[in-house]
Design a protein around this ligand. Structure first.
Ligand code: SF4
Length: 188
């Protein structure tokens, strides 16, 4: 087991948040979890991963973020104490569970933040037909990069004539571990 226990856990309301409606949590760890980060990135679909400095950023639904560093986990955007504690328990269990399976996981060193909107756009039909609900293909590409929509939400892309673009776009997204936010990690 990589992570035995949390040395110190602080859950607090950020002073800079005037709404006072969210909680942040910081957990100091008893072990260096950096060896687990490329495997967590592969399994949980990290938004950004800085392998050199051992920083992994996970983007969850509803504006929640988890930042994992060598000896600290920070969570922001929790709606209440119960959710903050549940997220801390979940992510620490994921560290051990995923690291325990590392022999069967291909580590990933890229993050979704590396995706370029223009590269996505080039692989869309570029008709601005609005069938996806977005005003332009560019707007759809930006939302897709963020994980806020999915390929299937662009009906023309599913047509045979765009099969090659679709395949290339799937390949491009997969290289960065893309996933839709609502398909994301099974967090509480
Ligand atoms: S449905 Fe597809 S082709 Fe039409 S505007 Fe949206 S992204 Fe562009």
């Amino acid at each position: 087991m990589l992570l035995e226990k949390i040395k110190h856990l602080e859950i607090f309301r950020p002073k800079c948040d005037s709404t006072k409606e969210v909680l942040h949590a910081i957990a100091d760890l008893d072990a260096d979890i950096s060896p687990s980060l490329p495997f967590l990135n592969a399994e949980l679909g990290g938004w950004d991963y800085d392998a050199q400095n051992h920083v992994l950023l996970l983007k969850l639904a509803a504006g929640k973020w988890i930042t994992l560093q060598s000896r600290q986990i920070a969570i922001r955007g929790c709606r209440d104490l119960e959710e903050a504690r549940a997220l801390v328990a979940w992510i620490t269990s994921q560290v051990n569970e995923i690291y325990g399976r590392r022999e069967s996981i291909t580590p990933r060193y890229t993050g979704q933040a590396g995706l370029k909107v223009m590269e996505i756009l080039k692989l869309l039909p570029m008709t601005n037909c609005r069938a996806c609900g977005y005003a332009t293909c560019m707007a759809f590409a930006a939302a897709l990069r963020e994980g806020e929509t999915a390929l299937a939400d662009c009906p023309p892309l599913l047509e045979d004539r765009f099969q090659e673009k679709r395949a290339k776009l799937q390949e491009y997204l997969a290289a960065y571990g893309w996933r839709a936010l609502d398909e994301d990690v099974n967090s509480p």
